[in-house]
Each structure stands twice: as structure tokens, then as C-alpha cells.
Design a protein around this ligand. Structure first.
Ligand code: TXE
Length: 501
């Protein structure tokens, strides 16, 4: 067991157990072994965390710090993350089952996110509005939005938390972080570092537990000003509906069905290799996974044949398996969801070219390993093309023209990311412009930067994380108008002398 943290709720600057002493066992998706025991919060604990965040925010204990001071705090957290990087990568790979090498990349990215927001905090945030009257000072100022509920998923637990926590801190918000109940360990480690860095009591709070039990109360409580959520579409809709009751701000990232479009004139070696990475990385548990391959008809057979050969050769294994290329699915429930999705695709007429089932290779049978799967002859009406499986499942569709590629690429309720592969620069630009997705890669797939906004069109969500707009989510804009020479407005006539009452 890598961690045992039964006092793992952080409320009002104190580590404590759940109010009813409940605990949850965290088990490895790789082999079912126990990796941690953590506190399982109650709705009362969630209410306590909200109260703590509210009091800290209303007392301005943190929001009164200057931008420079808050930036320095966030930079200190980055330093501490760097110090503990290996320890945290081990925790992350233990909970998620992902390979240690991948967890190390994740932690490095987390550090970049904290460093980026530490730097962004030092830039100018206020604006002077020119008014044609020398007595007037008109200023636009940015202020923290208030108490934020930060609810995260299990696929990139610490990375997704960092996209929320770092800008929230730079902005001067108080928050309650609720990671997925399946992957709490890295959030515990992060909150310890946030505390060690000198964050005032009550600003950072941590609640662990099931969404319905302790996530939902964070989204309905009137003391919470903003909910930032990354997760599934159904949960996102429920959160938005609940948040509407108290008119909270919401920032949502709800996944995608991301088209990866390959034209016949592309560098096919690069396109095919990236198509394999795009869908099978982290066993497809990536919101921007390239799960929809759209391939020009003339190269369909060649491209699909090569992808199938590559898919069959992928080596799966657990956190410490140096030769593994990808890992297990997060849970038995999730594996069953992916399996049903494939069954439904076959019933709807898709053709299974490889995979489609749980791995039968020992020792993978102890964990939630699902074989890399390729489904050919798919059409947009099929649920496998429309719904997120969040597993290692590629659907293949063909197109005959640029217009058809664009139409297929947009024929989804989602709009998170997409890619286009072609050697024709003008065509690439036209397709990139026409696709309704938040990120478009041209002759590439997957890269993102802390400096560049991330988020979705359509049902993929609301708002943006990362980049300057990722900070903007945590700020309210206030217009302050100062008259340096007060005068009567003169709008209404004075009451006539002698008039009484
Ligand atoms: O996600 P949930 P699940 C997609 C993917 C996956 C599906 C379901 O398709 O198969 O979502 O996964 C908390 N109020 N993505 O069920 O339920 C929950 O505790 C407040 C895409 O694991 O969305 C967890 O912390 N919070 C995605 C978080 O929401 C609630 C990444 C996410 O859980 C809640 C993960 C409620 N009522 C899954 N119910 C992406 N966008 O990258 C649950 N939660």
C-alpha cells in the first residue's frame, strides 16, 4: 500500500476524518490490490468545507493579498511539487493504474500549470477607461469570484485539479476541491503542499467521496459562487441544472467525440502513427482522444490495415511494467460500459477488426484491461460514433470530399478537439476553420500548453481552462467610477420654495 490517509479531509486548515468516521478503500485498477484507505466525507463534512471557504473568503484573509503575493504563493507550490514529484507520480499511478512514466509526465505538466499561473498573476489585470472629463476616474478591476467548488475526474486527477486550483489561487478565491472518489491520493498530496506553502486557513479545502453524496451539495449550496467541473456529460447537465437554482457560474468540460481526419495527400506514416496514439493512449480515457477516424475512401484499406496491425501489437501493463505502452481502465464498471458500447456497435452493423473484449492475458486478467479495438464501417447514426466510450475503441468512417469530411467531423453533439492530416496547407486551414471544436490540430494530435485555452464548443462544455481565459473564469469584473469633484446631478428640478411635503 503506498498511502494510508484516514484523516484525509482538509477543512478550515485541519486534517480530519469523516464526521461518521467512514472510509473508502482505493484499489488498483491494475490488479485490485489495496493502494490507499481514505476518509469518505458526509454531506455534513461538505457543508463544513463550504462554511470554511465562505468565512475565509468573506474575511478577505487571502483575497486582500496583492497579485504579487498570490503569484509568489503559487510559485512556491510549484517548487514543492517539483520537490515531491516522484512521490506524487507514484500516488497517481497507484490510483489510476497508469504507467509511472505517464504519471511523471502528468506531474511535470502540473508544475508547468502552476508556474504559468504564477507568471500570469504578475501581468496587468485592471484597465483604465478613458472618459472625456478630467474629474472622472473610470477603472475596470478584476476581483476573485468567491467560493469555488472544483470537481474533478479520474483520468488525469492531479492535472485536471491543477487547471482549476492554480488559477483559483492566483485570482484570490477560496475553494473546495473534490477529486473523483476513485483517485483521491494526488489531491491529498497537493493540498498538503498548498498548506505547506503558506496558504491562509480556510482558503483550500478538500472533500473526498461519491459525487451524489458530497459533490452534489457543493453545487446546490448558495454559499458557493462557482462550480468548475470536468467529467461526464450526464453529470455536467445535472450540475448545471442544480447550479441554476442559485445562479452560480459554471465552467464545464464534458468530454468529446473527436474527429481525426486523414486526407489521401497526408504524410500517411505520421498520420497512422498518430492515429494509434490518439485513440489508444491511456486506453482511450482521454477527453480529447481521437476516437473517430475519418479517412478518405481511396486510402481507407491501407490506413485501417496498418492501424489494426499496430493495435494488436500494443503492450498493456501496470504502473511499474517498463515495457508496457498503456494501462488498464479505471474500474470494473467502466470496463463493462466500454464492453457494452462495443456490443451495441456490432448490433448496429459496425465490423470488429480487432479487440472488443477484456484482455485474457495473464497477469492482466487481475485488472480492468480492455484490448485495443477497431470498429470499421461505422456511420454517424451509430451510437458508437455519437457516444463517448472513454475506452480504447476506434470507429472508422470514410469520406469522399472535403465538404463531407467537415460535415462528418461536425456531426456530433460534442466539440472538444479534432485533427486534420493533409499536405495541402489551404485545405488544412479551411477544414480547421470549419470544424466546430475547441482545439484543432493540423498534422498533429494531442499537444496542449498551459498558455493555450482548452475547452469545448457545443456539449463539450462551457468556458475555458488554461491560458488567460482559464484565469478569467475565477474573476469578476467590476467597474469603479470615481468623481474627484462631486457635483449635483441636476436631473430633477428642485422642489419649489414654499412647497411643503
Ligand atoms: O464521471 P462523472 P464518471 C466521461 C466518460 C465516462 C463518463 C462517466 O465518458 O465514461 O464521463 O464517468 C463527481 N454532483 N468522462 O461516472 O460522474 C464525481 O464524484 C457533483 C469524461 O466517472 O462525471 C467525480 O468527482 N459531482 C471526462 C466527477 O463528478 C458529481 C473525464 C466526475 O464524475 C456528481 C471522466 C453530482 N451529481 C469521465 N456526480 C472528461 N471530460 O475528461 C458525480 N460527481
Amino acid at each position: 500500500m503506498s498511502a494510508q490517509s484516514v484523516n484525509s479531509l482538509f477543512i478550515d486548515g485541519q486534517w480530519r476524518s469523516a464526521s461518521n468516521n467512514s472510509i473508502r478503500e482505493i484499489r488498483s485498477p491494475h490488479d485490485g490490490s489495496l493502494v490507499a484507505i481514505v476518509s469518505e466525507a458526509t454531506p455534513q463534512d461538505a457543508a463544513d468545507a463550504i462554511a470554511s471557504a465562505r468565512v475565509s473568503f468573506d474575511s478577505a484573509v487571502f483575497s486582500s493579498w496583492s497579485w504579487e503575493e498570490r503569484s509568489a504563493l503559487v510559485a512556491r507550490i510549484a517548487d514543492l511539487l517539483e520537490r515531491d514529484a516522484e512521490k506524487i507520480a507514484l500516488l497517481e499511478s497507484g490510483d489510476t493504474g497508469k504507467r509511472l512514466v505517464e504519471a511523471r509526465y502528468d506531474v511535470a505538466d502540473v508544475i508547468s500549470v502552476f508556474r504559468y499561473y504564477a507568471g500570469l498573476g504578475l501581468t496587468e489585470h485592471d484597465r483604465v477607461v478613458h472618459v472625456d472629463d478630467e474629474r472622472i476616474k473610470s477603472q475596470i478591476v478584476s476581483e476573485p469570484v468567491g467560493v469555488c467548488a472544483l470537481i474533478g475526474p479520474w483520468n488525469y486527477p492531479l492535472l485536471q485539479a491543477s487547471w482549476k486550483v492554480a488559477p483559483a489561487l492566483v485570482a484570490g478565491c477560496s475553494f473546495i476541491l473534490k477529486p473523483s472518489e476513485l483517485t483521491p491520493s494526488s489531491a491529498i498530496a497537493l493540498i498538503k503542499l498548498i498548506d505547506e506553502a503558506g496558504t491562509p486557513k480556510g482558503v483550500a479545502n478538500l472533500i473526498l467521496g461519491a459525487g451524489a453524496n458530497v459533490g452534489a451539495p457543493l453545487t446546490s449550496d448558495k454559499r458557493v459562487d462557482l462550480v468548475s467541473f470536468t467529467g461526464g456529460l450526464a453529470t455536467g447537465k445535472a450540475i448545471m441544472a442544480t447550479a441554476a437554482e442559485t445562479v452560480k457560474k459554471v465552467a464545464l468540460e464534458l468530454g468529446g467525440k473527436n474527429p481525426n481526419i486523414i486526407f489521401a495527400d497526408a504524410d500517411l506514416d505520421a498520420a497512422i502513427d498518430n492515429a494509434v496514439t490518439a485513440v489508444f493512449l491511456h486506453s482511450g480515457q482521454v477527453c480529447s482522444a481521437g476516437t473517430r477516424l475519418l479517412v478518405e475512401r481511396s486510402i481507407h484499406d491501407l490506413v485501417v490495415e496498418k492501424i489494426v496491425v499496430r493495435a494488436r501489437a500494443i503492450r498493456m501493463g501496470g504502473p511499474s511494467d517498463q515495457s508496457a505502452e498503456t494501462g488498464p481502465l479505471i474500474s470494473q464498471g467502466h470496463m463493462e460500459k466500454v464492453s457494452k458500447y462495443v456490443e451495441r456497435a456490432l448490433a448496429e452493423g459496425a465490423q470488429l477488426l480487432t479487440g472488443g473484449k477484456r484482455s485474457t492475458l495473464p497477469p492482466l486478467t487481475k485488472g480492468w484491461y480492455f484490448e485495443p479495438t477497431v470498429l470499421d464501417h461505422c456511420v454517424t447514426t451509430m451510437s458508437c460514433v455519437q457516444d463517448e466510450s472513454f475506452g480504447p475503441v476506434l470507429t472508422v468512417e470514410v469520406f469522399d470530399s472535403e465538404a463531407e469530411a467537415i460535415a462528418l467531423g461536425n456531426d456530433t453533439i460534442y466539440g472538444l478537439a479534432g485533427a486534420v492530416w493533409t499536405n495541402d496547407t489551404d485545405k488544412a486551414k479551411r477544414v480547421a476553420k470549419a470544424l466546430h471544436h475547441g482545439t484543432i490540430w493540423i498534422n498533429d494530435f494531442g499537444p496542449y500548453k498551459a498558455q493555450a485555452e482548452w475547452g469545448g464548443f457545443k456539449a463539450s462544455g462551457i468556458g475555458r481552462e488554461l491560458g488567460p481565459n482559464g484565469l478569467q473564469e475565477y474573476l469578476e469584473i467590476k467597474h469603479v467610477w470615481t468623481n474627484t469633484s462631486p457635483a449635483r446631478s441636476g436631473w430633477f428640478a428642485d422642489a419649489q420654495q414654499g412647497d411643503s411635503k
